[in-house]
Ligand binder design. Structure first.
Ligand code: MG
Length: 198
């Protein structure tokens, strides 16, 4: 069953996310292209050096910081390799980053879980396309962004309304933390932390 923002379908009303399921989540893992970005890449050449640029959403970035503030581990697993992802992950202090050009996301995530002592049921994964389906079928909370392909949506329990690179990550984080009863608390913690003198 696909749960949307408002229940069984995006347009329907009802509880957006099962609080029991939300409370189990200890690691939130994101795909990059089509999830943290709109899927577009800018390729260039500067004096013989290949350059790949991506555009990220600033509110998504803050959402990842809010997850961390709430004590939830964060991960990025992508099937491409680029310095842009490494820079963004470092900027956000993402806990685990895997860039595997063969898109072997299941073994990559399995190694993270073994190292962290986590179970698949404690993981949420946000994806958009075929390389994500393997992990979407295994994790406790599989999530598809609004622009996800048909097959990715079929593998997900939750389909977001917003699209990759345009607020989907922020939408999911708010849904998750609200279902845990923690969003408002974390917002106040954030505001307080930014209201102090250095
Ligand atoms: Mg993708």
């Amino acid at each position: 069953m696909i749960l949307g923002l408002g229940g069984t379908l995006a347009a329907q009303s009802g509880p957006p996310l099962d609080p029991t399921l939300a409370a189990r989540i200890r690691l939130v893992c994101f795909d990059v292209d089509g999830v943290l970005t709109d899927g577009g890449i800018i390729l260039g050449d500067a004096g013989g050096t290949r350059i790949e640029l991506k555009r990220y959403d600033i509110q998504d970035g803050l959402a990842i910081k809010m997850l961390q503030q709430a004590g939830i581990l964060t991960a990025i697993i992508t099937g491409r390799e680029s310095e842009s992802v490494a820079l963004r992950a470092k900027e956000l202090a993402v806990d685990e980053v895997v860039q595997d050009i063969q898109a072997r996301k299941v073994p990559a995530l399995r190694r993270i879980l073994e190292r962290r002592g986590l179970d698949w049921s404690e993981v949420a994964f946000v994806g958009d396309d075929l390389p994500d389906i393997g992990v979407l079928r295994l994790v406790g909370l599989p999530v598809a962004v609004g622009n996800a392909s048909f097959d990715a949506v079929q593998a997900a329990k939750l389909r977001l309304q917003k699209t990759g690179g345009a607020g989907a990550v922020r939408e999911f984080v708010e849904l998750l933390l609200r279902a845990r009863g923690d969003w408002d608390t974390q917002v106040e913690r954030y505001v307080a932390s930014r209201s102090e003198e250095r």
